[in-house]
Design a protein around this ligand. Structure first.
Ligand code: ZN
Length: 180
């Protein structure tokens, strides 16, 4: 019996299993979205990762905190920056269940993230290409790699269910879509 190869990815030719890693971290972000939902907030979750380590977690909570900036991404960025002791987090990847808005896209650029991986598209407010392309623009100094549609269906369903349930009591917005 041949000994197992180590560290080079075997039959995968040494390429990192990034898609599998991405899906795993997005599942963590989905669990954080449930925390928002449990608080009566729109269920969006985010996790910030660098070198396989979680630096910060966040979930959407503007109503609870009376803070219009308390989006999942901002909460995760704040937690990570505080933990690391640096307002910039180069080389880190943010996983978020919904396409970031303009505010969060701005913060993401200030933090100098390497990558943003998001789940569902937000055709009503997304700033990674849906409405604006703040993330991915070549007009600003910092470029961040953007990938949408990671577990996009699951991320979109969480939001759709939330708004369906809320509409039973009153009218509410929806329109979140999935990609991929
Ligand atoms: Zn936002």
């Amino acid at each position: 019996m041949m000994p197992a190869g180590r560290g080079l990815g075997g039959a995968h030719g040494g390429a990192p299993l990034r898609d599998e890693d991405d899906a795993g971290w997005m599942r963590e972000a989905l669990l954080l979205a449930q925390r928002a939902r449990d608080m009566g907030e729109v269920p969006i979750g985010a996790v910030l990762v660098r070198d396989g380590e979680v630096l910060g977690e966040g979930w959407n909570c503007p109503i609870t905190r009376c803070d219009p900036s308390a989006h999942a991404e901002i909460m995760a960025l704040r937690a990570a920056a505080s933990r690391v002791g640096n307002y910039r987090l180069p080389g880190a990847t943010l996983y978020v269940t919904l396409e970031p808005c303009v505010m969060c896209a701005g913060a993401i650029l200030h933090v100098r993230l390497a990558r943003v991986v998001f789940g569902a598209l937000d055709p009503k407010g997304g700033a990674a290409g849906s409405v604006f392309a703040v993330l991915g623009t070549e007009r600003l100094n910092h470029r961040v790699e953007v990938q949408g549609g990671c577990l996009g269906e699951a991320c979109g369903e969480v939001l759709q269910l939330f708004f369906q349930e809320r509409r039973r009591d009153s009218a509410g917005p929806s329109g979140y879509q999935t990609v991929g």
